[in-house]
Design a protein around this ligand. Structure first.
Ligand code: AMP
Ligand code: ZN
Length: 140
């Protein structure tokens, strides 16, 4: 897609630090890394987000994430790996080409707020109502 920075990386118009590639996906280092080894996995066919991406590409990304996470564990010995994927501007998605973040975590590194939320019990009635709404929408 024209004017998509990640499509330009796939087409070789913009360089990247590639770590993995197969028929459907490309994985490369984030140039504003939250932590050393912060890697993005993207589909080669442009899709904006989870609402659009075809099942086959989504599956390929998750299979690649497993391979890359294992390689990260070997290469970087992290204490854990956070997986993160944002959909839509409301969720702070900045690049509108689907991408799956793998962020290696290390002892003493600053917390990622999204991975360290406070556990406060919700309103069970509200939780039940919301669950029913989503479940009903699945059957629409
Ligand atoms: P977000 O859309 O918020 O999930 O994040 C977009 C991510 O893409 C950010 O972490 C950016 O640092 C990263 N990014 C943007 N442009 C490039 C690029 N040319 N190469 C590598 N990473 C990039
Ligand atoms: Zn694109």
């Amino acid at each position: 897609m024209e004017d998509c920075i990640f499509c330009k990386i796939i087409n070789g118009e913009i360089p990247c630090f590639k770590v993995y590639e197969d028929d459907r996906v490309l994985a490369f280092e984030d140039i504003n890394p939250i932590a050393p080894g912060h890697t993005l996995i993207i589909p080669k066919n442009h899709a904006e987000n989870l609402f659009e991406i075809p099942d086959e590409d989504l599956a390929a990304i998750h299979l690649a994430s497993k391979k890359i996470a294992r390689a990260m564990k070997k290469a970087l010995a992290p204490t854990g790996i956070a997986c993160l994927q944002l959909n839509g501007k409301g969720a702070n998605q900045v690049v509108m080409h689907y991408h799956f973040h793998l962020v290696p975590r290390h002892e003493g590194a600053p917390e990622l707020p999204i991975t360290a939320w406070e556990l406060k019990p919700g309103d069970m009635q509200q939780i039940e109502e919301t669950a029913k709404k989503i479940a009903a929408a699945l059957n629409d």
